[in-house]
Design a protein around this ligand. Structure first.
Ligand code: GUN
Length: 282
């Protein structure tokens, strides 16, 4: 049996259309959500992401404020910009594109963002709120994965989930979200012993390691739902962390790369910006 393809591109387009409708309603009440994106330096991948975020933000009718700073920007200048954005009522969401140049202290910068405007959900206050099951801004990529999983499976209660990767951006918040939905969650990583056998127990397998085609077909439980967060540029073009061609013969459902999780990340960023705007307007 060949797996069902989970069409993140279509799901994200539907989500953006819903967001655009809500933005139009807010505009009727004199409120236009605004998202500020800060890019320091000239990292090519980051430039592509930032351009794409700006375009999608405008497409749903929100205001996009892009701040491009030179690579040698010092910490105080960046913190001053964040303070200005925190105090600007036209700005409802703030995103500082990562990675930052080495001389800047990433956690200091992220934690300077007003937690209510932290649409990435990286501020320590939002991390803590999510971990304790309270109302938080939730990181966009795991939020997008959760939406796809709920759409495919309905209830996640009691399902065995294995996440490969323990990053603060994907692995750890993904675990919190799955736990909140009553899945039984294991986080695996580079030191995990007998990773293939562990993965074979998973009804839900989330791969977020950044290693091209690392997850093989015989790591997958027949019928499992496989979410591939990897975006790896290789000589074969863009590939995920899962050996897609072989895996789709075993899995019940699988996200392709590209066109799976990727488009969901930006759609969720817009959803978070809408949420932040609604909360700030009572
Ligand atoms: N760099 C790679 N992914 C992300 C993300 O989700 N947010 C930010 N701010 N930077 C990133």
């Amino acid at each position: 049996m060949t797996a069902t393809l989970i069409d993140g591109k279509a799901f994200a387009a539907t989500l953006r259309a819903r967001i655009a409708t809500e933005v139009a309603q807010m505009k009727d009440h004199g409120i236009t959500p605004g998202l500020a994106v800060v890019l320091v330096g000239e990292d090519p991948a980051s430039q592509v992401y930032v351009r794409s975020k700006g375009k999608m933000t405008r497409e749903v009718g929100m205001n996009s404020y892009e701040h491009r700073l030179p690579a040698e920007t010092d910490q105080d200048s960046l913190l001053n910009l964040i303070t200005r954005l925190n105090n600007d009522p036209a700005v409802n969401g703030i995103l500082v594109q990562l990675p930052l140049p080495k001389h800047l202290d990433e956690s200091l910068v992220i934690n300077a963002i007003d937690p209510a405007k932290d649409v990435d959900g990286f501020h320590i206050q939002n991390v803590g709120l999510l971990a304790t099951g309270q109302k938080a801004m939730v990181p966009c990529t795991p939020l997008g994965c959760l939406m796809l999983l709920r759409d495919r499976l309905g209830s996640l209660s009691g399902k065995r989930a294995v996440i490969i990767g323990r990053s603060n951006i994907v692995g750890k918040p993904m675990a919190q979200l799955l736990l909140r939905d009553s899945a039984t969650v294991t986080i695996a990583h580079s030191r995990t012993e007998n990773l293939p056998a562990l993965c074979r127990e998973a009804d839900i397998l989330v791969a977020a390691v950044g290693r091209p085609k690392m997850v093989k077909a015989d790591w997958i439980k027949p019928g499992a739902t496989v979410i591939d967060v990897g975006i790896n540029r290789t000589d074969d073009g863009l590939v995920g962390d899962v050996d897609f061609a072989a895996a789709r013969e075993v899995a019940g459902a699988i996200t392709p790369v590209p066109g799976g999780v990727g488009p969901m990340t930006i759609a969720c960023l817009l959803a978070n910006t809408l949420t932040a705007t609604a909360r700030s307007n009572g």
